[in-house]
Design a protein around this ligand. Structure first.
Ligand SMILES: [Zn+2]
Length: 64
């Protein structure tokens, strides 16, 4: 799965705060994600994330 920095991942499993959207801050073997609901940041192994992604929300229009 092609996940890039600044992508927003819609997750199958919601964060305890109720949000299911995570912003990708860093990719690689481990992903650094930021919850869009509460702003919590965490590091998760790629294998775990890929199983949990429902959809990638990417804004291809903004090039800023
Ligand atoms: Zn959260």
């Amino acid at each position: 799965m092609d996940v890039r920095i600044n992508d927003v991942l819609a997750m199958k499993k919601k964060h305890p705060c109720g949000s299911d959207e995570m912003l990708v801050l860093r990719s690689g073997m481990d992903f650094r994600l930021k919850c869009r609901g509460c702003g919590h940041e965490f590091l998760v192994p790629r294998s775990k994330i890929e199983k949990n992604i429902k959809k990638i929300l990417r804004d291809d229009n903004g090039n800023s």
